[in-house]
Design a binder for this molecule. Structure first.
Ligand code: ATP
Length: 453
């Protein structure tokens, strides 16, 4: 059975080195977390799975990795400087500050229940910076609150470097920063997080077709690649659309406390390229954009057949990588009753996502012959470059199996005294706990078989 509460995962994350509280030894910092040895591997595997399906499996999407700090003007014309805010209210009795649209009951304080709540005020979510030796301390740059805007400002660079016909996309994975009023839900809402976003540029006549296509493609990815059961996912259309959006749908996952957003799939019309382009008057921009006198570049597309020059529409898919990892862990988490009052905790991750691909375990510690054979197997597996392979030379087989169950290692390979006689080892499967004896030469092929399952 999957995790009943997020707390099950929080405890496992700390104990087994997936996620730690940021700045922990100084009391922590709200909304910041550090990823430990197995957390970095799981995040990397999720990122790679996304990159693999969004870029390597297609001809129409290019990758990009833009700077995290950017010129103020990007965020002026994107509308973030004036409008990227959440409604902040304060309890007049206990002083708690809350995001009004996320309160349990907007008439009562979430903390003390008082009904004396201030009027909402717009709270800027972007983190401002003052950079450069000539800076006088005033904000002259921002940490990006999303990857999307830096993709739009590179539209022409990418297209010039790698010509494409519409539709085509540019994808980025990277950090985003938001000064969230109340970070919560472990890594669900953080101040520093990671996004995996695609901006797909389409001819305006095709926008609805491609919005639908991306909704279907992304939902299938959550099911097939991350292994989330279809019944735990749903589409949730936005009731109130942002001024630039023609349509917006979230993919929601059923967290232990209920459904919540993990990815957004939006039809942003020509708002973004239209906002950042030079010569706005030369185009019939549909969205309501701020007059731009600073841009140096036209962000338009020339149709090779019709010769028409226009601003493409954007279909955006925007996933939170940390939320994806949280959903994956919640879903993979199992507490199994082994009978006789014994239980085991096991992360039944898809093997492609597992932080450690295989562990090689000599049955006894520091026995030179066992260690030599084990090291040989480890070296062979490492040569295959399939991810992390661990050697466990502690001599405590039960403890090793428990640890690898908890971090989701799909298979353990145990080397014992019989190995010295007949060159066979025991493969111990994570999900079934089944143990089979195989010849050492067969191990690489068996491990590949398990990883590709
Ligand atoms: P929310 O309504 O939860 O604040 P959003 O609609 O502002 O999110 P987007 O701007 O569409 O979110 O960002 C795309 C994705 O990035 C979200 O679906 C979510 O998975 C992730 N995300 C957004 N804000 C955070 C955050 N503070 N911490 C972790 N992930 C986040």
């Amino acid at each position: 059975m999957p995790a009943k509460t997020v707390n099950d995962i929080v405890a496992l994350c700390k104990r087994r080195g997936f996620i730690f509280t940021g700045s922990e030894i100084y009391g922590g910092l709200g909304g910041a977390y550090d990823y430990g040895p197995y957390g970095v591997e799981l995040m990397k595997n999720i990122r790679n799975a996304w990159w693999n399906s969004m870029i390597y499996s297609r001809d129409d999407v290019e990758g990009l990795d833009a700077a995290l700090i950017s010129n103020r003007l990007l965020w002026k014309y994107s509308g973030h400087e004036a409008g990227f805010s959440d409604p902040l209210v304060e309890c007049k009795k206990c002083g708690t500050r809350m995001r009004q649209d996320k309160m349990k009951d907007q008439t009562k304080c979430d903390n003390c229940g008082s009904t004396e709540i201030s009027e909402p005020r717009a709270y800027q979510l972007m983190m401002g910076l003052s950079i450069g030796a000539t800076s006088d301390g005033a904000v002259n740059a921002y940490l990006r609150p999303e990857t999307a805007t830096t993709t739009y400002t590179n539209f022409k660079n990418v297209l010039d470097a790698k010509p494409h016909k519409l539709p085509f996309g540019i994808a980025q994975i990277g950090k985003a920063f938001r000064n969230e009023i109340s970070p919560r839900g472990f890594v669900f809402r953080m101040r520093e997080f990671e996004q995996a976003e695609l901006q797909y540029f389409v001819n305006p006549v095709d926008d609805e077709k491609y919005h639908k296509m991306w909704m279907e493609t992304r939902l299938a990815w959550w099911i097939d690649v991350l292994g989330i059961p279809a019944e735990k996912l749903r589409f949730m259309p936005h009731e109130k659309l942002a001024h630039y959006a023609k349509a917006a749908v979230d993919i929601e996952y059923q967290f232990p406390d209920g459904f919540d957003e993990v990815e957004g799939i939006h039809n942003r019309q020509d708002f973004d390229l239209g906002s950042h382009t030079k010569g706005q008057k030369d185009f019939q921009i549909q969205a309501n954009v701020l007059e731009n006198r600073d841009s140096t570049t036209k962000l338009s597309y020339s149709d090779p057949q019709s010769g028409e020059n226009f601003i493409p529409y954007v279909i955006e898919t925007a996933m939170g990588v940390n939320r994806a990892m949280l959903a994956v862990m919640l879903e993979a988490y199992n507490e199994e009753d082994l009978g006789d009052g014994k239980t085991r905790t096991v992360l039944k991750l898809k093997p492609a996502l597992s932080p450690v691909k295989a562990a090689v375990i000599p049955l006894a510690r520091n026995v030179p012959e066992l260690l030599e054979i084990s090291n040989g197997i480890v070296a062979k597996l490492r040569k295959m470059a399939i991810g992390r392979i661990e050697l466990e030379n502690s001599g405590n087989i039960g403890k090793n199996y428990r640890r690898h169950d908890e971090i989701g290692t799909p298979v353990c390979i145990t080397v014992d005294h019989q190995t010295m006689e007949d060159n066979t080892v025991t493969l111990r499967y994570r999900d079934t706990m089944e143990q089979v004896r195989v010849a050492i030469e067969e191990v690489p092929a068996k491990v590949l078989e398990i990883l590709n399952a």
